[in-house]
Design a protein around this ligand. Structure first.
Ligand code: SIN
Ligand code: FE
Length: 282
């Protein structure tokens, strides 16, 4: 099973020795989760009011910040600015942390989308494909990434002592061996057609096709969801955790109020590209 490695760091700008970097990099690039139970994200007094699902716009799953724009919220005016500042501060902390922990990644840390998730992790009616309470690896339908990695930093900011509860599943290679034989090959012309219809932004590669296939095959397989190797992992409030979510089989079973930062990394930035999903699939 993929493991959870706990580290005692309590600063968003930690001093990290070369040997600690090596061991953290090995853990995370091997498909593990790094948990930092002493690293919380402090809200300012005026921000605690945002711990309320009613700030959502009722349509989007999360409140997000993308290139300076907040989306998914009904907040306007000064509220909207304060909400944006809060999410932007998390984005800065999270990217600073990744750059400090993993100096090789630092030049590539241009933050992609940041999200604030005020809704409960489970209980919303969604289709099986969007149901993140089912074990899956992350793969994007509309944004092909051609093997680029998806690194995510999460932080539980629940004010009432409620844990974020995940299930973490079997290692990527075991999961891929289980599902790959059932995934159809990409059809000739399929990638050009998807791009022409604007279903994808740019061409979907064979890698993107397989990753989406694995995402869907795992979520659709109720028996696999129940009986594959897995463990429950609880992230208490005040805990930050980091993983390659395109590699770790994960499912969000409970909890409320979390931040998440996505960072895209080219394969060449990894300490050991041979452990990446692309290399495993090849
Ligand atoms: C996910 O990335 O699948 C959900 C993570 C979470 O909401 O805890
Ligand atoms: Fe996910």
């Amino acid at each position: 099973m993929s493991g959870v490695t706990t580290i005692a760091i309590a600063s968003w700008q930690p001093q990290v020795s070369e040997s600690a970097t090596q061991s953290h990099a090995r853990a995370i690039e091997d498909g593990g989760v790094l948990a930092l139970p002493h690293l919380g994200f402090a809200l300012l007094d005026g921000e605690r009011r945002f711990l309320d699902p009613s700030w959502s716009d009722g349509r989007a799953k999360n409140i997000s910040l993308d290139r300076g724009e907040v989306r998914g919220t009904r907040a306007q005016g000064a509220d909207r600015d304060a909400l944006r500042d809060m999410v932007a501060r998390f984005a800065q902390h999270a990217s600073g942390l990744v750059a400090a922990l993993f100096p090789r990644y630092a030049p590539h840390v241009k933050t992609a989308r940041t999200s604030f998730r005020p809704q409960p992790a489970s209980g919303r009616p969604v289709s099986w494909r969007k149901d993140d309470t089912r074990l899956h690896v992350d793969a994007f339908v509309s944004r092909p990434n051609h093997g680029e990695r998806i690194l995510r930093v999460f932080c539980n900011v629940n004010p009432d002592g409620v844990d974020r509860i995940w299930r973490v599943g079997e290692p990527f290679d075991a999961m891929a061996a289980h599902f790959l034989p059932s995934i159809r090959r990409m059809r000739a012309g399929e990638s050009a057609l998807l791009a022409a219809l604007f279903i994808t932004k740019g061409r979907r590669s064979e890698y993107d096709h397989l990753m989406l296939g694995l995402h869907d095959a795992a979520k659709a397989d109720i028996d696999y969801q129940r009986s594959s190797a897995q463990q429950e992992v609880r992230f208490a409030p005040g805990t930050t955790w980091i993983c390659f979510s395109d590699q770790v089989m994960h499912a969000a079973m409970g909890g409320q109020y979390m931040f998440e930062q996505t960072i895209h990394l080219p394969l060449a930035a990894l300490y050991d590209p041979a452990r990446a999903p692309l290399a495993i699939l090849e």
